[in-house]
Design a protein around this ligand. Structure first.
Ligand SMILES: [Fe+2]
Length: 353
């Protein structure tokens, strides 16, 4: 995962230290609650709590800009997709969360299926193209990320790369690819495979993966292993590469990116989600955060910041360093259909979890 620096300030730090959720998007890193307040005592319209499974630094950028614009105070509690979706379901109507933000959409669907999301305001939905949100309107996409096979340019020539993600199940790829199966990122890719190819094909691919893949914890760890020559390729999300390149490039200097394109399951573009909980005591402020994130200013954080995730809404183009979204030739997948429970079962059965 991208490093997630703590940005907590003031009193919130002490509170956070005592109550930090052990967590983390992408299966590594530490986190703490962090408070963000409007300066100079601006009261705005009260305060809200966000359960955040997106990368901490990205959400903090959104929240800081939102608070500055609206005066609404935001408390962020960080965790991974499934940790927080499970927590929300467990807390039910008693949840202190007003807004839930994820890295990937299966966790959103879990909360939606539990009946815990309010309808997203139409003004927000209108900012987001239909392909990046479920037709139910119970949550919305806020950003997107692409699957990519990173490879060691010293060892693998472009013409030796697999045409399809499904090829990684072939015997010739034994020991030659890496992944982080415990993370929500990889599990979202499997959920797309399940939706596109069905349970039998997914089961077969996962069984072959158990034999063929080297397992790492965290996408950035897998990419580092490629860079250091430990393994030839890794199936991860794109922003780990671009994020490293934008810093020192030390963990990706030997790494190339291979996009499967051609509507391949490996060309899956995952949607990060945002939703307002029915338990919210300040639904107007919660809705306004989603409207802000999917609006021009929120999407420009994606375009111009260091997250390297894709902007998807309000006609804001992607960060120019990235392959344009339309060129990725992603398969059409309804985010509402991505099923995390079956994926976890199949991966457990295959010995990957
Ligand atoms: Fe990630």
């Amino acid at each position: 995962m991208v490093s997630r620096p703590h940005t907590s300030v003031g009193v919130a730090v002490a509170v956070a230290a005592a109550s930090a959720l052990v967590l983390a998007a992408c299966g590594s890193g530490a986190s703490a609650d962090s408070g963000s307040s409007a300066g100079n005592g601006s009261s705005g319209s009260g305060s809200i709590t966000v359960y955040n499974a997106q990368h901490e630094s990205l959400t903090q950028e959104w929240v800081d800009a939102f608070t500055k614009q609206t005066g609404i105070k935001v408390t962020v509690r960080n965790g991974s997709d499934t940790e927080l979706s499970n927590q929300i379901v467990q807390e039910g109507e008693a949840s202190p969360a007003d807004v839930f933000l994820t890295e990937n959409s299966p966790a959103m669907t879990q909360v939606e299926n539990a009946g815990l999301f309010a309808d997203v305001d139409k003004a927000t939905l209108d900012q987001v193209p239909a392909g990046f949100r479920p037709s139910t309107g119970k949550w919305t996409g806020i950003a997107a990320r692409s699957t990519v096979l990173v490879y060691d340019k010293r060892k693998v020539q472009e013409n030796q790369l697999p045409a399809s993600m499904l090829d990684l199940a072939k015997p010739e790829w034994k020991g030659r690819w890496a992944a982080s199966p415990s993370g929500a990122d990889f599990q979202a890719i499997v959920s797309a495979l399940l939706e596109l190819k069905g349970e039998a094909a997914t089961n077969e691919w996962l069984t072959a993966m158990k034999t063929n893949a080297k397992v790492y914890k965290g996408n950035s760890t897998a990419m580092k292993a490629v860079n250091s020559g430990e393994v030839e390729t890794a199936l991860i999300y794109h922003y780990y590469f671009y994020g490293d390149q934008a810093k020192t490039g030390e963990n990706s200097v030997n790494v190339g990116t291979h996009y499967f394109k051609n509507q391949d399951p490996g060309a899956f573009v995952s949607v990060s989600g945002g939703g307002v909980l029915t338990s919210s005591k300040n639904a107007a402020a919660a809705q306004s955060l989603l409207r802000f994130i999917t609006g021009k200013a929120g999407q420009e954080v994606l375009q111009k910041g260091t997250s390297f995730e894709y902007a998807i809404a309000s006609d804001v183009p992607a960060n120019p360093a990235l392959v344009p979204l339309k060129d990725l030739q992603a398969p059409t997948v309804d985010p509402a259909k991505l099923n995390s429970a079956t994926v976890t079962d199949l991966m457990t059965k295959a010995g990957l979890l």
